[in-house]
Structure formats: C-alpha cells, structure tokens
Design a protein around this ligand. Structure first.
Ligand code: A8S
Length: 151
C-alpha cells in the first residue's frame, strides 16, 4: 500500500499547482470495487456529478482512450474531455488526465487505486465475541418469553 501511494499518488510539485490525496475505506472485497473504477467508459456508474459520457477515441481500455463527459447542472462546469493514462488490472490503478472542456480545472490529473486490507485483529475479535454474545442473548430472549407464557 505505502509503495503504491509513493509510486503512483505522489507528484513532484510544479509551481502554481496543488495536489490532494483522499482515502476511502469500503467494507467489500476488491472484486466488488475494481470493476466500477476500471470502467473508464462509464464513469457515471459511481460518479455522482456526471450526466453522460461518450468515448471519443479508443475503446475505453486502451491507453489514450478519450471520453467526453457531460456534467450535471448546478456546478461551475458543463463538460470535460479526459484521456486514459493508465489502466492496470494487476495493480488496480486507473489514471486519467483532463485535456479540456468547460470547467475551471487546469492540468488536472487523477489517479485512483484500490487495495485490499487485512481485517484488523481488533475488528475480528469484536465480531467473534459479538456473534457469541448475540447467540446467548437470543436464547435469553426465548427463555424469558417462554417463562412469560408459562406464568
Ligand atoms: C473525477 C474528479 C473531479 C471531477 C470534476 C474533480 C468534474 O467532472 C466536475 C466538476 C468540475 O468543476 C470539474 O474523478 C470537472 O472525476 C464534476 C468537470 C472536471
């Protein structure tokens, strides 16, 4: 993970540009996440602000593919032209650059990567104990209800 971040999410600072980095934890296997991220032709599947998208060059998988994205109203933008820079199904990285369009971002480059985490042992311990205690409490409820009817 750290290596991926260092290699693909770090940029040498150029003057007058800024960078940002966001992490999102998703409690689902990588196989349920990566298909959405890798689908350069259909960004609308998980991006909320997109109205529509058309592939203008390439097939959406070959590097250099270009998409025309239409943005929903209410934002200071109406369109974006984006070029696929990297699509790595082994490392699970997708990257694109904005070539143009009607918006205020200049020189924008996006890198999205997906990586799987070990379930933390604290979480595993908690969920193990919770299963046992919930089973016991379920039995306690049944006992109490039976005793209620018996009275
Ligand atoms: C992405 C990330 C961004 C997309 C932005 C930041 C954009 O599509 C929207 C509004 C804008 O003003 C710029 O991964 C632009 O898509 C929703 C049109 C590029």
């Amino acid at each position: 993970l750290d290596k991926t971040i260092e290699t693909y999410h770090t940029f040498s600072p150029s003057p007058n540009t800024c960078t940002s980095f966001i992490k999102q934890r998703i409690d689902a296997p990588l196989t349920n996440i990566w298909p959405f991220v890798r689908d350069f032709a259909n960004p609308k599947r998980y991006k909320s602000f997109i109205k529509s998208c058309k592939i203008r060059a390439g097939d959406g998988e070959v590097i250099g593919s270009i998409r025309d994205v239409a943005i929903i109203s209410g934002l200071p933008a109406s369109s974006s032209i984006e070029r696929l820079e990297m699509l790595d199904d082994e490392k699970h990285i997708l990257s694109f650059k904005i070539l143009g369009g009607d918006h205020r971002l200049q020189n924008y480059c996006s890198v999205t990567s997906v990586c799987e985490f070990e379930k933390e042992s604290e979480e595993e311990t908690r969920s193990f104990v919770n299963t046992l205690v919930k089973t016991n409490l379920g039995k306690l409820e049944k006992l109490a209800m039976a005793s209620l009817k018996g009275n």
